[in-house]
Design a binder for this molecule. Structure first.
Ligand code: NAP
Length: 259
């Protein structure tokens, strides 16, 4: 299927690895020019070079922490007028309800709620003026089914989800759609780090920890960044203009719910 977005430009935050990179690869395969971002320059440049070589699109890189005002300003300056925005950043650390104080919540809200809101606020006006835009926020399955040890993530991402629910409907008439992708377990550095942690805690092998985690997923395995990227690219396509304000679970059926 031709997604009809060749020649468009996309800003993909936190995209040198993992799910962000999966989105970048899938959009580049459709002929979309990219602005990529991550904090660490080396892997960011390697990813950019690999994507240029594989897909022949323009790739601009900005090494910056997207959760800081300075990082956002640098990324926005390099991005200019983009047609597609994919919001992403690292997730907050795990813990227990009794661990977190005001500062921990402010940090999580800054990273996983206020940063994507700031980038949407900055880029929506020019998308609306041109009558076309696609915004995807990478959130988590924890918005639908809480992960107790990720209380900071549950809270911040739920806040972003509420913002998107209203805002997506305010801007849809201008040809701009905003949707959230909710990843379940994916075989990325972050996803696999949880299996490493469990293996250490339980004194089992990493392979057994992955097998244990996969047993809770009806598909029987972790998701891949490629699958995730393909879903993102479809939501950014010409064909997805009627999909507005949705929260789409990519979890292999792990969340056991009827709707
Ligand atoms: P990952 O494999 O660790 O990759 C994270 C990417 O984001 C890297 O390119 C990293 O590069 C960049 N990054 C992290 N923090 C950044 C920041 N502050 N500013 C700019 N770039 C940043 O992680 P992932 O698995 O793709 O996860 C992406 C998001 O999805 C996270 O928020 C995670 O919590 C969420 N999620 C993941 C899963 C899963 O199973 N993988 C499940 C649910 C939710 P640098 O380190 O160089 O900055």
């Amino acid at each position: 299927m031709d997604l009809g977005i060749a020649g468009k430009r996309a800003l993909i935050c936190a995209s040198s690895k993992g799910l962000g990179r999966g989105c970048a690869e899938a959009l580049a395969a459709e002929g979309v020019h990219l602005v990529l971002n991550a904090r660490t320059e080396g892997p960011l440049e390697e990813t950019a070079a690999a994507i240029r070589a594989a897909h022949g699109v323009d790739v601009v890189t900005v090494a910056a922490d997207i959760t800081t005002p300075a990082g956002q300003a640098a990324v926005l300056a390099a991005a200019g007028d983009v047609d597609i925005l994919v919001n992403n950043a690292g997730g907050p650390p795990p813990g227990a309800w009794s661990d977190w104080d005001r500062e921990d919540f402010i940090k999580a809200l800054d990273a996983n709620m206020l940063t994507p809101i700031a980038l949407m606020k900055a880029l929506l006006p020019q998308m609306m003026d041109r009558g076309w835009g696609r915004i995807i926020n990478i959130t988590s399955k924890s918005v639908k089914a809480p992960i107790a040890v990720l209380g900071l993530s549950n809270s911040a991402r739920a806040g972003l989800t509420g913002y998107v629910a209203g805002t997506s409907r305010q801007v849809a008439g201008s040809g701009v759609t905003i949707n959230n992708l909710q990843p379940g377990m994916h075989a990325t550095d972050r996803g696999l780090s949880l299996a490493h942690k469990r293996a250490e805690e339980e004194g089992i092998t990493f392979e057994d920890a992955v097998k244990e985690a996969s047993a809770n997923i009806p598909v029987g395995r972790y998701g891949t960044a490629d699958e995730f990227g393909a879903a993102c690219a479809f939501l950014c396509s010409q064909h997805a203009g009627f999909i507005v304000g949705q929260n789409i679970l990519l979890d292999g059926g792990e969340v056991n719910a009827t709707m």
